[in-house]
Each structure stands twice: as C-alpha cells, then as structure tokens.
Ligand binder design. Sequence first.
Ligand SMILES: NC(=O)c1ccc[n+]([C@@H]2O[C@H](COP(=O)([O-])OP(=O)(O)OC[C@H]3O[C@@H](n4cnc5c(N)ncnc54)[C@H](O)[C@@H]3O)[C@@H](O)[C@H]2O)c1
Ligand SMILES: CC(C)=CCC/C(C)=C/C=C/C(C)=C/C=C/C(C)=C/C=C/C=C(C)/C=C/C=C(C)/C=C/C=C(\C)CCC=C(C)C
Length: 512
Amino acid sequence: MPSVKKSLNLAANGNLMELDAIVIGSGIGGLVTATQLAAKGAKVLVLERYLIPGGSAGYFEREGYRFDVGASMIFGFGNKGTTNLLTRALQAVNVSLETIPDAVQIHYHLPEDLNIRVHRDYEKFLQELIENFPQERHGIRQFYDECWQVFNCLNAMDLLSLEEPRYLTRVFFEHPMACLGLVKYLPMNAGDVARKYITDPTLLKFIDIECYCWSVVPAEMTPMINAGMVFSDRHYGGINYPKGGVGQIALKLVEGLEQAGGEIKYKARVTKIITEDGRAVGVKLATGEEYRAKRIISNATRWDTFEQLLPAEEMPPTEKKWQQRYQKSPSFLSLHLGVEADVLPLGTECHHIVLEDWQKMELPEGTIFVSIPTLLDPSLAPEGYHILHVFTPSWFEDWRGMSENEYEEKKEEAAGRIIERLEKIFPGLDAGLDYMEVGTPRSHRRFLGRDDGTYGPIPKRKLAGLLGMPFNRTAVPGLYCVGDSTFPGQGLNAVAFSGFACAHRVAVDLGL
Ligand SMILES: NC(=O)c1ccc[n+]([C@@H]2O[C@H](COP(=O)([O-])OP(=O)(O)OC[C@H]3O[C@@H](n4cnc5c(N)ncnc54)[C@H](O)[C@@H]3O)[C@@H](O)[C@H]2O)c1
Ligand SMILES: CC(C)=CCC/C(C)=C/C=C/C(C)=C/C=C/C(C)=C/C=C/C=C(C)/C=C/C=C(C)/C=C/C=C(\C)CCC=C(C)C
C-alpha cells in the first residue's frame, strides 16, 4: 500500500496543516514561484526529481571543475529598475548573491570575418557595429533605440500577473503610457521592426543571430517584447555572473525558501497529477507516495505536463491549440571542457558565438555557443585551467535507437568536429584539453526531465509576437504552469517573471 500524505504536514504548534501549493520541479521558474508564495505566508512544498535544485540552471562537479549545466550568460541581476527579477526574487526571501559584471555580452565570430563585440557600454557597442556598417548608421540606432522603448515601459512598473485584473487596473492608472506602449509591442516581432530601419542584408542577418542565440528562432519569429528586454538590459542591468557558479542561484533560493517556512524534497519524481472531478488536487510520486494541496503548479514543460503527468488523451482543447502553434526547439550537444589556461589569449571574452556560413545558422551544429565562466570566476576550475562550455543545437531524433558503443562513438565524432572548428579561434585547444564530458539531447532529457531535451517552445510559423504564449492558469482548475512553456518564454529572467506572475495569481486565488 503506498503511503498517502493527504496534504497533512505538522505545523510548529503540532497541529496538522494543509499545503497551499505543491510545485513540481525546482527550475528557476518553480523556485521563484515557491519563494514568492512562501514569502506571502503560503505553505509550499517543492518536489524535485533530481538530487539538487536548479534544472537547466544547475551544476555538476568533476575533477576540480564546477560546470554550469546551461549557459552562463545571466540577465536579471541588475541593481536598479524593476526588471532585475533575479535580484528581487532573492531579496524577497532575504538572501543575496555576489555577482561579477561581464564587460562584453557576446563576441560574435561571423562569416566573412565579421567580428563584433556587444559591449556593456551601449554607445561603444553601437560604434563597433556602425564601423562595420557605416551606411546603416541611422538604421542601427533607430532599431536599438526602439528596443529601449520596450524596455523602459517594462522597467517602469511592478512586474506581476497579467491575469489579475486589479493589478492591470492599478498599473494602467500608475503608468498609462508604459502600458499602452506594451500593448502596442505585444503582437510585434523584432524582425519586422528591424526591417523598418535596416536594409543591408548582412546587417539583417546579424540581427537574426542576435535573436537566434537566445530565442532559437530568427528575428522575424522573435517577440519584440523579449528582444526589447535582452537588447537593452544587457546595457542597463548588464550581464552578471554569480560568484561560485550559476548553480548558486537555485541554492540560494532554496535557502530562502526554507527560511520562509517552505520545503523541498529531492529524488521526488512526480509521475501523475491527481485530479478529482476534473480539478487538480495532488500529485503521485514514482515511489507511490501521494501529496495533496489546494493548488498544483507544474514547472515541467507543457509537453511533459499535459502528455505525461496528465493523460494525453484528455488534453484540453486549449493545449492542443497551443501545440498547433508552438513546437519543441532543438536540444543541445554540450561539450564541458577543462583546458590549460594558456590556450586563451589575453583579453578573451567570456561568451562567444561562432558561425562560418549564414545558411547554416539554424541547422544542427550550425551555430556554436561558447561560455568561459572561469574568466570571471577562476575558483570554478583548478589553478592554471579554464572551463569552456561549448554547445550547439542538436535534435533528439538524431541520437535515438543506437547501441551504447555507437552512441559513444557518435559523441566523440561530434565533439571532434566542434573542437576542430574552434581551433580557428582558440589555436591549441585540442592539445590543451585536460577534461571533456559530452552531453547530448539524451542527457538533457535524462537529467533535466525535459521532453526530447528541448530548450523550450518555439513558434511553428510566424506568430503575433508574444500573444500566443499562455499565462500561468491552465484549463484544468487548480493547475498552473510556470517556466519557459509560459509567457514570456525562455531565459532565466523570463522564467523568473513567470514565477512572479504565477505566485501572484495563485496567492490571489488562495485569498492570501
Ligand atoms: N537547456 C539549456 O541548455 C538551458 C541553458 C541555459 C538556460 N536555460 C534556461 O533555463 C530555463 C528553464 O527554466 P524552467 O524553470 O522553465 O525549467 P527547468 O527545466 O530549468 O526546471 C524544471 C525542473 O523541474 C524538474 N522536473 C521536471 N519534471 C519533473 C517531475 N515529473 N517531477 C519532479 N521534478 C520534475 C526538473 O528536474 C528541473 O529541475 C529556460 O528558460 C532556459 O532558457 C536552458
Ligand atoms: C493594462 C493594460 C491596458 C495593458 C497591460 C499591458 C502590460 C502591462 C503588459 C506587460 C507585459 C509584460 C510585463 C511583459 C514581460 C516580459 C518580460 C519580463 C520578458 C522577459 C524576457 C527575457 C528574456 C527573453 C531573456 C532571455 C534570455 C535568454 C534566453 C538567454 C539565453 C542565453 C543563452 C542561450 C546564452 C548563449 C550564448 C552564449 C554562450 C554565447
């Protein structure tokens, strides 16, 4: 007989107390929801299938190296405005993190020797771009300045649930122009705005890769609201690396959650969301244990939530409609490398994008992403060594149905191809290798519990900006979603927003 915990937890006074909310998963989306709810006095339990928190923002340690699971380019750690959502999420539960500012967001190495660095200093970045495209000097400024208009609207107001009418009324009266600005930009895509000002085909391709490297789609499919956030905040709050590695964000949020009275259980894989009369009332774990709560919040992807945790054949029509509009983005092939420090020339930047042929930008192994977090925090590697996290898009289907040997061989071949391409930027990389671990879409599926290891949802065709992305409530009463399958999509700062919004909506529904 499985043990059944009918939402009964012991309160400090020894009385039995009902859980207000269960959060399935401790990615940054799930943890921000949980900490926000706990800070409002809700009794929250987070159930995480893995051994540590963080999901895509987790870490692992090997032979003296501490590797980030995902990228190390972190937005949201600014110290002013309202869009610094990671800073705010930590503050809400009385914890904080030391961060290290990054002077250059990305160094692009593009076809025909187009080399561009996105400096933290906005004017310096514009000048470098204008030097490469002098005939487009006005268009460049007009496009990026319009991104600031979006950002300034967002950065003026409290960022909470757009599903809460009283909040919407309040922000509208407090910031009418900013709200109208956002209403204007919600259905727009960055590519259409860029084409108003820019005609040079190579510069338009540059705008494409500026979007692709975080949205995994070209500019014409990238929502303008998100482009406004990314293209401005990198110069405003900046890109800041958490001291001790990206994994510290989740560890700190857990510390704050526990101090605020919340609880997290690891190795707690939810296999089923329990419904009664069509309402979500609890969850069942792989061990057979059951937990019940007033509200259930899933930080798993929508595909996992509505096809695995709930019966796929009972998928609500709204979800079917969403799946017609959005598809899973590719996953990544990841090389976690430890390299001798002298492989990196003095002045090397922390993040690089490498592409040799514009036609290949969206293809598997087309664009290469490189993060070198040890340039900002050397404590993550043994003295005299650096970490290179190299990743490139790859589809789950390409890694299916092979023997263990075939799988290992395919990994080695793919790693060899990537390292050979990187030799042009970091000569001596191969000879300087000290450690290498290769992750595939299968690893992403296995360790992050994400369907097909996907990085997140992408539009199947050109859509009206962010309008198609669902908020946190779902068609199943009592069930909410949070994370990159909800508005506004991928990115740690974006899922932090989704966490703030989800907790706000749930708190109002709970009458807190
Ligand atoms: N994939 C990448 O390479 C990568 C890299 C950098 C950043 N990111 C960003 O990370 C963000 C993802 O954040 P998020 O909060 O949406 O999700 P997440 O995938 O980071 O976290 C989800 C968490 O839920 C857990 N989980 C999933 N199913 C579960 C189940 N059935 N039972 C218990 N636990 C379960 C997972 O183990 C994970 O910890 C994205 O925005 C993405 O842009 C991804
Ligand atoms: C009242 C009335 C009338 C009206 C109202 C209206 C309104 C209010 C509206 C609102 C809206 C909102 C709030 C919105 C929001 C939004 C947001 C927050 C957004 C955000 C976003 C963010 C993002 C997108 C981010 C992203 C990032 C990323 C993804 C990153 C990534 C990275 C990577 C991958 C890296 C790579 C690279 C290398 C390594 C080089």
